[in-house]
Write a protein of this length. Sequence first.
Lengths: 236, 236
Amino acid sequence: MKKYKKGDEVSYTLGVFPTIELLKTRPEIVKRVIVHDSIEQNRGYEPIVTLCEQHHIEIEVHNQTINKLSPKGNCFAIAVFDIYEAPVSSLQHVVLVNPMDMGNMGTIMRTMLGFGYKDLVVIRPAVDIYDPKVVRASMGAIFKLNVQYYDSYEDYALEYPQLVKYPFMLDGAKKIQDIECVDDYALIFGNESSGLDSTFSKVGQSVFIPHSQEIDSLNLSMAIGIGLFHFSSGKF
Amino acid sequence: MKKYKKGDEVSYTLGVFPTIELLKTRPEIVKRVIVHDSIEQNRGYEPIVTLCEQHHIEIEVHNQTINKLSPKGNCFAIAVFDIYEAPVSSLQHVVLVNPMDMGNMGTIMRTMLGFGYKDLVVIRPAVDIYDPKVVRASMGAIFKLNVQYYDSYEDYALEYPQLVKYPFMLDGAKKIQDIECVDDYALIFGNESSGLDSTFSKVGQSVFIPHSQEIDSLNLSMAIGIGLFHFSSGKF
């Protein structure tokens, strides 16, 4: 087992929780499950054993592999999985233009799942969602989402002309509280430091989240969380 | 200079941005400003020089100190400051019961500032807000807030009987969208993993943020961001 590099055909979960999520959600892509010999004291061990038996996956005990892939320790299980394609399938998209932060990406995925959004579009250049750091930060939420990459926003928009586009911008034209929801839409967010460039104000109804002048902007995952909270209001 | 330890009488900012924020906001508590000799290429250097001149603070160039306090590199300035007291002063409080995560705490502070909340109450046991990791994660927001520790929630509540209490709980009695805002209130949030214990349902109007069943809970800083967004709505 080698450390993950972008472009590899397999990646892996680091930790008991995302391993269980993967085994529950996409068992067909799991190639191997490797555990540390001290896992038996972990309460996640039993569900891993049950799920592996159910899907005829052998559990290998191999401390060295675990220590190599997770040098900080505190990791008791790893599942190696095939990189898979999961194209978006509903008509309520979250679109991230050039997201670059792995931890943020994981948090965003988890928050999407929390507000019932399953379809994530990522415009390149962007973070590699299959990086184990993203998988870990998502706490396994990644396996329940569809994620589709595009090389440019234009490529994406051409495929989904019917969606109402809501680009989130610091100088958006309408404040979020005044937006009434439609059925089919894309919520579009820019890069962590630079946001969306000004051309996005023309792609749809630009939106801002009112905040004080004491900060330049909310952080990206916070803005997305608030956006999803507003747009999913009444759904749960 | 030694690495910060809980209980020390001084702490420090790590990085140009929080150092500028500190010099702007609370110059009177700054004891020393130390920079790396490569800071001259950094666009934050000029504001630091100007602020230090204005407040008669000498700038010391000392790479070794910087490297020792910020071993990961990428840090060009440090300001050493006296730990200070800043008791809460308005009647709109954010109350965190037993928060333990330093990065979360920084994000929460920044988000508070973003939604116009200046007063943070922290119930012990809790993270040490003066730890440089919190200061850094807050991007200097900490210096613009009042933060007051209490040994128990009861101690706090006795001092502020007039505030309407809104404990945020997974099984809260009312959903956040149905809460109408009052003038004086405390938004109360529990620990990152365990939340608030059930006794909090009796201290006021318990609130929940509706989300899907696919996640156990929103993460703490996300829940707080959404809470503050709702309660500050119309303010900006």
